[in-house]
Each structure stands twice: as structure tokens, then as C-alpha cells.
Design a protein around this ligand. Structure first.
Ligand code: ADP
Length: 192
């Protein structure tokens, strides 16, 4: 079973993905995590993505599709993939469809976590403050400036995917403002 978790930054995709990994032996494919790993690797690609990410803009489709392709081609024995933070553009959505098709796999559910902007800003700036309070450093893009750009990127480039998957009859929406356990229960109900 392969699923997409769709929603703006701070919607709770990562939190819910982690639970699905524990409970269903699924594999989380977070392009954000992959890109954060790439930027610390010191490679040429890492240097390019670092600046883009810190500004809150989207990395090119080519780069993220390449990262996803690598992971999908690895295969392995697990409960399926959770796409978290991917696809983020219509081109990425088409590429994912083609890739899964090529590998003889299906996309089983697209779950949208519905939230509102006030909560997102609160959650993300809260997450940054907590990281600093714990003696660490906040994500370079968890500041008000980048967050505005990330939200705009979401509305301009990613939210069209809601219509795209709705038209394909694959979209299911859950209330992302509920408690973590309630969101998990709603997702479990969709997955069966
Ligand atoms: P968020 O929690 O803000 O959604 P992510 O960890 O998913 O953050 O992504 C952080 C940043 O990594 C994005 O702002 C963007 O620069 C880059 N990124 C992640 N996934 C993608 C993608 N699928 N396409 C383009 N850029 C991406």
C-alpha cells in the first residue's frame, strides 16, 4: 500500500508518517529529510539545495524526482511507501504516477491534512523556539520570512494537487486540527 500525505508545512505529515512507520511497517519517504541529508553531505547538489531550502523556495523537480526514483528502485520488503512532502508540484505528481507504473506499483490513497494558516505559523515557530530552548538550533527555514515563502509555494504550486487527485477519485481529507491521536485514527479509518 503506497500513500501520499498532502498538506502545507506544519500540517503534521511527518508526525503521522512516523506513526505509520511504527504501526504498519511502512517506509517514510520525506523529500525534506532527504534534501536536508543531501545538504550536509558536502556535495555540489547539497550546496545548491541549501540556499533554495533556506529561502523557503522549492528545489527543482528534477532533483527531488531523482531522489524518489532512487528510493523506489531499492524495493525491499515492507508495508509500502508513505510519500511525505512529495509530490509538491503537478510535474512531480505526474512523475510519481509514471514511476509507480513503471515499477508495477499503485498509489492507493492520497490523504490531505486540512489545517489553517494561523495554526501552521504557531506550530512551526513553536517548533523552532522549542529546538532553541532545548539547546539546539532551529531549522534554517523555520523563521517567519521563509515560512511566508513556504506557505505561498504551497498555495501556488502544491495545493493544485488537491484538485488533481480529487479528479482522479483518490483524495481523502482529514481534519489536521484534531489531536495527534484523532488524526491518526482518521487516517487509520481511510487506510482500513
Ligand atoms: P515542511 O515541513 O516545511 O513542509 P519539508 O521538510 O517537507 O518542509 O521541506 C523543506 C524544504 O525542502 C522545502 O521548503 C523545499 O525547499 C524543499 N523540498 C522538500 N520537498 C520538496 C519537493 N518535493 N519539491 C521541491 N522542494 C522540496
Amino acid at each position: 500500500m503506497n500513500i501520499i500525505l498532502l498538506g502545507p508545512p506544519g500540517a503534521g505529515k511527518g508526525t503521522q508518517a512516523a506513526r505509520l512507520v511504527d504501526e504498519r511497517n511502512m517506509v517514510q519517504l520525506s523529500t525534506g529529510d532527504m534534501l536536508r541529508a543531501a545538504r550536509t553531505s558536502g556535495t555540489e547538489m547539497g550546496k545548491i539545495v541549501a540556499g533554495v531550502m533556506d529561502r523557503g523556495e522549492l528545489v527543482t523537480d528534477e532533483i527531488v524526482i531523482g531522489l524518489i526514483r532512487e528510493q523506489l528502485e531499492k524495493g525491499g520488503d515492507h508495508g509500502g511507501f508513505i510519500f511525505d512532502g512529495f509530490p509538491r508540484t503537478l510535474a512531480q505528481a505526474d512523475a510519481l504516477g509514471a514511476l509507480l507504473n513503471e515499477l508495477g506499483q499503485s498509489l492507493d490513497h492520497v490523504i490531505e491534512l486540512q489545517v489553517n494558516d494561523d495554526v501552521l505559523v504557531e506550530r512551526i515557530l513553536g517548533r523552532a523556539a522549542e529546538a532553541v530552548a532545548a539547546g539546539g538550533t532551529a531549522r534554517a527555514d523555520d523563521n517567519e520570512e521563509s515560512l511566508k515563502i513556504r506557505l505561498m509555494a504551497y498555495y501556488k504550486q502544491t495545493s493544485p494537487l488537491i484538485g488533481y487527485y480529487h479528479a482522479k477519485g483518490q483524495l481523502q481529507s482529514v481534519d489536521g486540527l484534531a489531536s495527534m491521536d484523532d488524526v491518526a485514527a482518521s487516517i487509520a479509518a481511510v487506510l482500513g
